[in-house]
Design a protein around this ligand. Structure first.
Ligand SMILES: [Zn+2]
Length: 438
């Protein structure tokens, strides 16, 4: 009798206790990056879509904080990792403890006009490695390569990796997560390192070098063009292979000016950001292994560089649709993804365009277009004002939901006491703690 009781006890231990321990394990991590997405861009999109601020899906996430993005190129004196002055990177007393539109002062405006800003490679390196570096370098500091979060996950070999971008797959942001190079411009070296050494399970992005198609195949990748993914049986021969999906039919939709009815017009046969995300997650779930995905919407940055407000709105909308599709998938319970094993982070690498609002636009409303008469620009666009075509040193947003998301709270207020701010290197620190218990 006692023996049977003991067996029963062991049975309960194995089937009840262990699954509970396992349930807290983080299995799926999806990091969304809105390239160049200033907090003003988020506000603009939220107002266009919902008529008010803070209505984007990530505004509902339990962890909401702002992020400093400065790089060593913008740091105002010699940087020492153990004793740097954070105000030389972002001076909170001048620039404010919140970004525009939640804080505005003439002093801050002057600061942002003058202050240099990071580029995507240095900020993506900060997020992927926890190290500050100079603009232009990807996972490269002090003249040497540095370990990034993907190296850590690859080394432990218990996570599959997905690198998704609407830009070139060897562009700065994806490169900082999947290669190491002193210069982001060494495209061929970066692309070859990604395909032959890092070898993410899925690469989904654009490619301008034709020879890389063969190079990918030679390195055991199954190559598909995104325009072909709807063809039946296209993935039939892909079993057990790593996937390289060449993005050849992506374009940002056109925002429509329609009072109270926000709308976007997609080009026929173009793929959407959410399709890129959904397909990649489906393929990764099929592998029945843990995964880390970095998914970048890159046109927010280019739109802000171009001071193209309506393209920026559509790009933020695209990002939101991608994030929403993963949130919906987790909520649907159709897969084994749940909020105890899935972590979603949404952030930006830096702000671009120095966007300011002169007037509040309503739901579905676009600013009036400028009229060009010969050499004269008749400015009718009196609702929004882009004060730059470059990056700025403004705080950006970071939003986290799901498994162990509360670990991010630990870093809030570290750099600037009692302020709702983290540094971009803290994103790595929190992620590293989550995946390696350090
Ligand atoms: Zn840029």
């Amino acid at each position: 009798m006692q023996y049977r009781r003991k067996i029963l006890f062991i049975f309960f231990y194995i089937f009840l206790i262990i699954p509970q321990i396992k349930a807290d394990e983080v299995k799926y991590i999806i990091l969304f990056v809105g390239d160049g997405m200033s907090v003003a861009s988020e506000s603009a999109a939220s107002r266009f879509l919902y008529g008010q601020d803070n209505k984007l899906i990530w505004n509902l996430f339990p962890v909401k904080t702002f992020v400093t993005t400065w790089s060593l190129s913008t740091y105002k004196s010699e940087y020492k990792i153990d004793s740097f002055d954070k105000n030389n990177g972002y001076d909170i007393s001048v620039a404010g403890d919140k970004p525009y539109p939640y804080f505005f002062s003439q002093q801050a405006e002057k600061y942002f006009e003058k202050a240099e800003a990071t580029d995507s490679s240095a900020s993506a390196t900060a997020i992927s490695t926890g190290n500050k570096t100079f603009n232009g370098s990807v996972s490269w500091c002090n003249n040497q390569p540095v370990k990034n979060i993907v190296d850590i996950l690859n080394k432990n070999n218990n996570f599959n990796i997905g690198i998704l971008t609407t830009a070139l797959f060897y562009d700065a942001t994806p490169a900082a997560f999947s290669s190491h190079n002193k210069s982001r411009n060494n495209y061929k070296q970066i692309a070859e390192e990604i395909l032959s050494k890092t070898q993410p399970e899925i690469i989904f992005g654009c490619n301008d070098y034709y020879y890389l198609r063969d190079f990918a195949t030679d390195n055991s990748y199954y190559l598909v063009d995104s325009s072909d993914i709807n063809r039946p049986q296209i993935f039939d021969n892909a079993k057990n292979k790593k996937m390289f999906i060449n993005l050849n039919n992506y374009s940002v939709p056109k925002s429509q000016n329609s009072w109270n009815v926000p709308d976007f017009l997609y080009e026929e046969n173009s793929i959407k950001f959410k399709d890129i995300v959904n397909l990649s997650i489906k393929l990764l779930l099929d592998k029945k292994k843990k995964f880390f995905v970095m998914a970048e919407q890159s046109q927010i940055d280019s739109a802000n560089h171009e001071n193209n407000y309506s393209k920026m709105l559509a790009s933020v909308y695209e990002l939101q649709e991608g994030v929403k599709s993963v949130v919906d998938l987790v909520n649907s319970k159709k897969t084994d993804m749940n909020w105890n094993n899935t972590l979603i982070i949404v952030t930006a690498d830096h702000a671009t365009g120095f966007l300011r609002f002169d007037k509040k636009l309503y739901k579905g409303q676009l600013p009036k277009k400028n009229i060009i008469l010969g050499k004269e620009i008749l400015k009718r666009n009196d609702s929004v004002d882009y004060k730059s075509t470059r990056h700025t040193n403004e705080l950006v947003g970071c939003y986290v939901v799901g498994a162990k998301s509360n670990l991010f709270n630990k870093y809030i207020g570290n750099q600037y006491k009692n302020k709702n701010i983290i540094d971009n290197t803290d994103i790595f620190k929190a992620l590293n703690e989550i995946v390696s218990g350090k």
